[in-house]
Design a protein around this ligand. Sequence first.
Ligand code: MF3
Ligand code: CO
Ligand code: CO
Length: 262
Amino acid sequence: MSVAIKTESEIAKMRVAGRLTSEVLDYIAPFVRAGVTTNELDKLCHDLIVNVQKGIPAPLNYAPGGHNPYPKSICTSINHQICHGVPSDKILKNGDIVNLDITVIKDGYHGDSSRMFMIGEPSIQAKRLCEVTYQSLWRAIRVVKPGAYLGDIGHAIQGYVEPLGYSVVREFCGHGIGHRFHEEPQVLHYGRPKTGLRLEAGMIFTIEPMINAGKAAIKHLNDGWTVVTKDRSLSAQYEHTILVTSTGFEVLTVSDDTPSPP
Ligand code: MF3
Ligand code: CO
Ligand code: CO
């Protein structure tokens, strides 16, 4: 397994891509309301990325091995949808929770981040799931420093959410990112302390836990992309792109309205 150590000039470009990605989430937030369709959110984000940011929405036509090309510019995963939800004419309604996952390419480099949005007044259970998922992401981020292990990251998430009765999705993970959308290493959201790859300054990867209110099992919809919980329980996800620095971590997907750390 070879994990790239990014150069200073690559890191500078990753900071720019990360900021733009986060700014798309800031921009779209006020539009994520009851009555809007996920296609409308997709178009708004697409136009901002292409026309204003002069970037490229990485998901559009993305076709990793065996997949049909992804048809939209963002991912919109509603309620029991775990990830890779494909925007459609479906209307968001009061009580829904939705994850918007944005990946912007700028100057050849990728930023990747997602947040949960609540429509109107979701149930206490739905809110709690989103809060716990956000907490789990930040518990993992705070582990990141040279000499820490990937297993420490997975354990920080799993050891926090499972005792609360939630489950960690196994089939999808965080990933190295840079000039390519998905590169080594795989960043599992479960694991044992002091196992796996040892982190070094200059590595860049995402952490993006998918946490289910029910069981961990997943199912693929026949659109070839959307992933849902098998038991139809709610699922939540947050994602940041993280640089390992000489003293710890730097979150690259930041902007004026990034939610504050818990
Ligand atoms: N943004 C997702 C991730 O965090 C990947 C989406 S791939 C797509 O890794 F094709 F569905 F857009
Ligand atoms: Co990602
Ligand atoms: Co993403």
